[in-house]
Design a protein around this ligand. Structure first.
Ligand code: PRP
Length: 183
């Protein structure tokens, strides 16, 4: 029996993440000026990975926001290329007429965000944009517009700040490359 040794190496420090999230929050605040009587900007988080980013991003946005969450899972083992996505949890509330920001931890092939964008657009939001902490453009299969991107990263398996390997590492405060495991 061979034993795999997990190696974890910081790629983006907690301080770098914090600085970048503050910057994204400033941009979002400027892009969604608040007028009296406006409903809150809806931050729609994609479970589970996005919740850490969403929690920090929300506190960097200087206007009213509300939270809602979506869950998705992919069919079969070759999900990445099949693009067959199933909703495991829908938003709790209606989004018609609302400004909606879909919040992701990472956009890889783009299949998830493409599917979710189509799903939400059918409900006639006033606007729909995507904010993602991480973007792996080299893996993209679909050209999805990303309005707010924290960091572009190379094609490495990353964990931390919400991202997991077998449900572990989500609580790391940084983003780290994980090697020595079968992914
Ligand atoms: C990750 C991530 C996105 C999706 C991106 O979720 O949060 O939802 O994969 O991949 P794509 O661009 O190739 O579609 P994951 O399945 O790891 O679930 P989790 O957030 O619960 O860990």
């Amino acid at each position: 029996m061979t034993r795999e040794i997990e190696q974890v190496e910081t790629l983006i420090s907690a301080q770098q993440i914090q600085d970048r999230v503050e910057e994204l929050g400033r941009r979002i605040t400027a892009d969604y000026p608040e007028r009296m009587g406006d409903p809150p900007l809806l931050l729609a988080g994609v479970l589970k990975g996005s919740i850490v980013f969403l929690a920090d991003l929300a506190r960097a946005i200087r206007r009213h926001v509300s939270f809602d969450f979506l869950g998705v899972s992919s069919y079969g083992s070759s999900t990445e290329s099949s693009g067959e996505i199933r909703l495991t949890k829908d938003l709790d509330g209606e989004i018609e007429g609302l400004d909606v920001l879909l919040v992701e931890d990472i956009v890889d092939t783009g299949l998830t965000i493409e599917w979710l964008s189509n799903h939400l657009r059918r409900r006639n939001p006033k606007s729909l944009r995507v904010a993602t902490l991480l973007d792996k453009p080299s893996r993209r299969l679909r050209p999805v517009p990303l309005a707010y991107v924290g960091f572009e990263i190379p094609d490495e398996f990353v964990v931390g700040y919400g991202l997991d390997y077998a449900q572990r590492y989500r609580n790391r405060p940084d983003i780290a490359v994980l090697r020595g495991v079968s992914t």
